[in-house]
Design a protein around this ligand. Structure first.
Ligand SMILES: *[C@@H]1O[C@H](CO)[C@@H](O)[C@H](O)[C@H]1NC(C)=O
Ligand SMILES: *[C@@H]1O[C@H](CO)[C@@H](O)[C@H](O)[C@H]1NC(C)=O
Ligand SMILES: *[C@@H]1O[C@H](CO)[C@@H](O)[C@H](O)[C@H]1NC(C)=O
Ligand SMILES: *[C@@H]1O[C@H](CO)[C@@H](O)[C@H](O)[C@H]1NC(C)=O
Ligand SMILES: *[C@@H]1O[C@H](CO)[C@@H](O)[C@H](O)[C@H]1NC(C)=O
Ligand SMILES: *[C@@H]1O[C@H](CO)[C@@H](O)[C@H](O)[C@H]1NC(C)=O
Ligand SMILES: *[C@@H]1O[C@H](CO)[C@@H](O)[C@H](O)[C@H]1NC(C)=O
Ligand SMILES: *[C@@H]1O[C@H](CO)[C@@H](O)[C@H](O)[C@H]1NC(C)=O
Length: 668
């Protein structure tokens, strides 16, 4: 951790003169002869999908502390861009996020947690830039087709509504907007979006396209001046630090608009350090955005802990300020969007890289990384082999506006090995005659800067990690931090807290509220499902009151083995109550009901009536009860496909179903 001790650590502080490798190159840093590109900032991406889901439920003071580590200037990551998902009612990697328009005549700008997150980010850093991007769209946008581009005006208005809602409801200015995450772009749609923005006095909102690959958008821009005028930034994903030559030929600003995606230990941090520098050095990209901002989703959903830090235990308050936070600090504490790169950026002769940036007023920040191939591989793409020599000496010659600098403040980090250090303030480095040398150690990250800053004073350690507490009960009676119920993580469909004032016994409920399949980004299940709890849950009882509003059915489940884009293949024990003439209850070992363990018909009216479903699982046995004790099944089957997993609730299809009095406990 960063500390206030002046001589924090010597891990990256090799002494010049005792080095064996005779690599001692000289690198010139000057503004004479012009500067490089404008620096646009380091960002984090919340969503794509539901990656901040559990954060909003954290108790204070921990929730504010976490937000400080992400956004507060000169503290933790001090992010300069916050990118969020424009919820599309569909699964987008670790869950689904609600749309601001479930239907054509519906508008609500208070659903979900991204609005809250953007407000909290702005509260801490009013100059943070905001960027919105859709993964999925509500079904109605397609007008009958599972595609958002058939009716470009409709889709553009839908997106512009979100930007207008941000302003009118939350006072948030959106700076950047994207097209359709990692899916095909459409030239007519992009032009229509530009026109719709302009027509709504949103000329300042820049379009980033395509949030996918480099090539097709670059070809389209080169061939079409009107498109070229509509697109401000070409954003590519996981570029492996390189951009296509054709993208550079467009003359557009280039971004790595989604990157990282790597488990946030020392390797992940070193990956992040390497790409933050080399995305500019190799690819001329002026912003890099981390997917994801914060790992606030259950560890057993896809890409566990692929965030700058981890906070996925709101019940305990436990969180981890992971290493990528401090990597980010190395750049963000000593730059701002609008600074410019010097032409003096590149690879070190002994391996690793350096970038230098200036505020144009004599301020200088140099970031040097020497991350080894072994310890800095990101999840994707494949990293071609390269060498980093141990103990190289880099000498920098400062010229132009920097010629009279006499000292540089120095910060070191190393995330690999038992002797790790995190953002340690070191003694100033003295510059003599515009020249200084630094011994660059393997896997170390250095910032040398004219920007003076004290070491951040960190919060005391948060509470210890603890498993999800049992028994757990949810009555859905509020108050709530968002439209969603705490700890429930929607994987298909949208479950929203609902208040029915005219009901006597079910006033506050949780309601699956989608009636149409969205324009999906993944292969969402045909059934809506929201998971909760602990993947390790094995011998549990799950119960819930359900009310099928007008048709279809509902389920409770235990031992659900997956969510995310594979949710359609989820297995577990699912207890269904259906509106059906032949069988109105079923127990299946999968969400798609291909494997039926038992079924039958009970004398009960399903639609419009509340029923209590209770499911017990213990070892190889599962039992189900309806209402007050009627046993519908009691099955022992050594072939049950899962032994543990989440608890869940859900609906047969996209139908309105309400849930109340949810409870999970260890089975007796
Ligand atoms: C970080 O985690 C990844 C994935 O679990 C693992 O492969 C890697 O060895 C870890 N790195 C370190 C330094 O522990
Ligand atoms: C550096 O100092 C010299 C001598 O005082 C002065 O002439 C020169 O303008 C200074 N350079 C800058 C960039 O301030
Ligand atoms: C918008 O949604 C929120 C969260 O579900 C809800 O509390 C609020 O009543 C809704 N507003 C309107 C006008 O429907
Ligand atoms: C459900 O969606 C409708 C629009 O389709 C909206 O009016 C309502 O507020 C949503 N939420 C709930 C909990 O019903
Ligand atoms: C609200 O409660 C009343 C009274 O129980 C009931 O008749 C009505 O169907 C409920 N509405 C919804 C949408 O659940
Ligand atoms: C689940 O159990 C495994 C093995 O006992 C343990 O390593 C892991 O931390 C547990 N996960 C949770 C969320 O408690
Ligand atoms: C089903 O339940 C209703 C109401 O409780 C009752 O009148 C009817 O006789 C029952 N039918 C059968 C076949 O048990
Ligand atoms: C679940 O119950 C079975 C049967 O009693 C037992 O064998 C098994 O060890 C239990 N599992 C856990 C994780 O407690």
């Amino acid at each position: 951790m960063a500390s206030n001790t002046k001589y924090g650590s010597v891990v990256c502080l090799l002494v010049l003169g005792v080095l064996t490798t005779p690599i001692a190159s000289v690198y010139t840093l000057t503004d004479q002869g012009g500067l490089g590109a404008r620096f646009d900032g380091v960002g984090g991406l919340s969503g794509g999908g539901a990656t901040s889901r559990l954060l909003v439920s954290y108790p204070e003071p921990y929730r504010s502390q976490i937000l400080d580590y992400l956004f507060k200037p000169n503290f933790g990551a001090a992010l300069q861009i916050l990118k969020v998902e424009i919820g599309g009612d569909a699964q987008s990697t670790d869950g689904s996020e609600p749309s601001h328009m479930h239907s054509a005549d519906d508008q609500n700008y208070t659903r979900g947690y991204e609005w809250w997150l953007m407000r909290e980010a702005k509260k801490r850093n009013p100059s943070i830039k905001l960027y919105g991007l859709p993964w999925a769209f509500p079904g109605w946008v397609g007008g009958g087709e599972a595609f958002p581009y058939h009716r470009p005006e409709t889709t553009a208005n839908y997106i512009v509504n979100w930007i207008l809602g941000a302003k009118t409801i939350h006072g948030l200015t959106i700076d950047y907007v994207g097209i359709w995450n990692e899916r095909i772009h459409d030239v007519t749609y992009i032009k229509t979006l530009r026109k719709t923005l302009d027509d709504n006095d949103l000329g300042h909102v820049m379009i980033v396209a395509p949030d996918g690959g480099w090539v097709q958008i670059s070809k389209d821009i080169m061939a079409d001046p009107e498109l070229a005028a509509a697109v401000d930034i070409i954003g590519s994903h996981y570029p492996g630090t390189h951009s296509a030559p054709m993208a550079q030929q467009t003359g557009k600003t280039l971004w790595s608009s989604e990157d990282y995606s790597t488990y946030n230990n020392g390797t992940g941090a070193s990956c992040w350090a390497r790409i933050l520098n080399q995305n500019y050095v190799n690819g001329h990209m002026t912003s890099t955005i981390s997917w994801n901002l914060i790992a606030s989703y259950y560890d057993d959903l896809p890409f566990p802990r692929a965030g700058l830090m981890t906070a996925n235990q709101p019940w305990s308050g436990h969180y981890e300020v992971s290493d990528p936070i401090w990597v980010t600090a190395h750049t963000t504490h000593f730059t701002s969007p609008g600074w410019q790169y010097l032409k003096g950026v590149g690879h070190l002769d002994g391996g690793g890289s350096y970038v230098s940036l200036t505020d144009g007023k004599g301020g200088l920040t140099i970031v040097i990384e020497a991350m080894t191939h072994q310890y800095s591989q990101c999840v994707r793409p494949l990293l071609p082999p390269y060498d980093v020599k141990s103990g190289q000496v880099a000498t920098f010659q400062l010229g132009g506006a920097f010629e009279n600098i006499t000292r540089l403040h120095r910060w070191d980090s190393k995330f690999i090995g038992s002797l790790a250090e995190h953002f340690q303030k070191q003694d100033d480095l003295l510059v003599s005659g515009g020249k200084f040398s630094i011994a660059v150690a393997e896997n170390c990250l250095y910032t040398l800067t004219t920007v003076k800053e004290d070491a951040p004073k960190l919060y005391p350690n948060p509470p210890k990690s603890a498993p999800f507490p049992l028994p757990y009960k949810a009555k859905f009676d509020g108050p709530a931090d968002s439209s969603e119920a705490p700890y429930f993580a929607d994987q298909t469909g949208v479950f929203e807290l609902y208040v029915n004032e005219s009901s006597s016994d079910h006033v506050g409920t949780l309601r699956q509220n989608l009636t149409e399949r969205p324009i999906v980004w993944c292969n969402d299940a045909d059934s809506a499902i929201s998971v909760i709890g602990d993947y390790n849950w094995s011998n549990v009882s799950v119960s819930c009151d359900v009310m099928v509003e007008s048709g279809g059915g509902a389920f409770v489940a235990a031992r659900v083995d997956r969510g995310g884009c594979d949710v359609r293949q989820a297995r577990g024990v699912f207890f269904w109550l259906l509106e059906d003439d032949t069988y109105n209850w079923i127990v299946s070992s999968d969400l798609s009901r291909n494997h039926i363990l038992g079924q039958g018909k009970v004398n009960a009216t399903i639609v419009g009536q509340w029923h209590k479903l209770t499911l017990y699982a213990k070892g190889d046995s599962v039992a189900g009860f309806l209402n007050d004790g009627k046993v519908l099944f009691d099955i022992t089957d050594a072939q049950l496909p899962t032994k543990n997993g989440f608890a869940a609730i859900g609906t047969l299809g996209f139908q309105k179903v309400q849930f109340d009095n949810f409870a999970v406990d260890k089975s007796k």
